[in-house]
Ligand binder design. Structure first.
Ligand code: 3Y8
Ligand code: NAP
Length: 259
């Protein structure tokens, strides 16, 4: 039996992940007053069952102003583990505004039996690691970091993007448009159809992007796994229900409980 969430609770969810969407469904069902926030990275982000805002806040100052102008009582950082700028700003803005903050995250993927991972520290290390002979690479990083791989033009790159790019992002590449979550059968077919011999990806965790790893294991393909950046210090949960329980327990300092 979950504890009732007293009013006035107004939650800002920093979204853009499967976990954020799952939390939004729970919050809508529980009748919690909340607003869902996207950065505006893709043309048509998934619709949410909550009022939604799209676009940056304007750094820490802008986020502090948003929290105050919208009487936000709690913030949930449910952004992606590689969205370090947003997470950093959320920690700083919530500290300045005195608003309780929690992170809703998913654990990093771990190597399993049959995996052939080579772990690298970041995008630049992944580019360096591609210094060998021409390969057919599934560069499963999305759009934002493709430019770095122009330094390795000898490879053929398979790119899976959410939106169609204006121009070919790399000299020898094939673009497919898709947004996850993805499935194992589809990713096995993708890797086979394109004769992929190496996958490059981020250690994003979660289920939405994991299919390519299961496909790589099944096809005995190597994976260049980019480690996730160190997140800022913040209370962290992995389950949406834990966030609702936190909302019931933790009050905004300025909330008058009328007692
Ligand atoms: C705009 C909002 C949901 C959320 C779904 C998850 C799963 C499907 C898998 C591959 C890897 C990648 C990428 C990926 C996945 C989920 C999740 C996830 C990876 C949407 C979305 C937004 C974005 C932004 C986008 C990035 C890109 C990254 C594609 C919505 C669909 C590669 C990350 O074109 C661009 O500029 C794309 C930018 C940031 C990373 C990059 O560097 O390019 N996500 N993805 C969010 C905003 O505007 O605030 O429409 O749902 C969300 C999802 N993408 O609710 O079901 O939770 O991880 N997203 C990665 O993990 O490596 C694809 O192809 O195997
Ligand atoms: P980032 O580099 O950490 O953030 C850069 C700036 O984008 C932030 O400072 C903020 O602008 C704005 N921003 C980011 N997330 C936002 C949100 N949810 N609502 C409002 N503004 C936001 O972020 P990113 O890596 O570009 O990720 C952008 C979005 O894509 C996030 O929603 C993230 O969850 C989602 N996503 C990212 C990845 C990835 O691989 N990075 C993967 C899947 C989904 P201001 O400074 O102006 O406030």
């Amino acid at each position: 039996m979950s504890i009732p969430i007293p009013t006035p609770t107004v939650v800002l969810i920093l979204g853009g992940t499967s976990e954020a969407s799952a939390l939004a469904v729970l919050m809508a069902k529980a009748g919690v007053k909340a607003v869902f926030s996207y950065a505006g990275r893709v043309g048509t982000p998934r619709a949410q069952p909550l009022p939604t805002r799209i676009g940056g806040f304007g750094g820490v100052t802008g986020l502090v102003r948003y929290l105050q102008d919208h009487a936000i009582t709690h913030v949930v950082d449910a952004t992606h583990p590689f969205a370090t700028g947003m997470s950093r700003n959320a920690v700083d803005a919530c500290a300045k505004a005195g608003v309780p903050l929690v992170a809703l995250t998913r654990p990093a993927w771990q190597v399993e039996k049959g995996d052939q991972w080579r772990k690298v520290a970041d995008i630049n290390a992944a580019v360096k690691a591609l210094d060998g002979p021409p390969r057919r690479v599934f560069l499963a990083l999305g759009r934002m970091h493709l430019a770095a791989f122009a330094a390795r033009p000898l490879h053929h790159y398979l790119l899976r993007l959410v939106d169609r790019p204006q121009a070919a992002p790399l000299p020898d590449c094939h673009v497919i448009l898709a947004r996850g979550p993805f499935d194992q059968a589809g990713d096995i077919a993708l890797l086979q159809d394109h004769n992929i011999d190496l996958i490059v990806c981020k250690n994003s965790g979660g289920e939405g992007a994991k299919a390519k790893l299961v496909a790589a294991r099944a096809l005995h393909l190597p994976v260049l796994m980019i480690a996730r950046p160190i997140p800022p210090e913040c209370l962290e949960y992995h389950q949406p229900q834990q966030v609702l329980d936190w909302l019931a327990r933790v009050r905004h300092p300025g909330t008058d409980l009328g007692v």
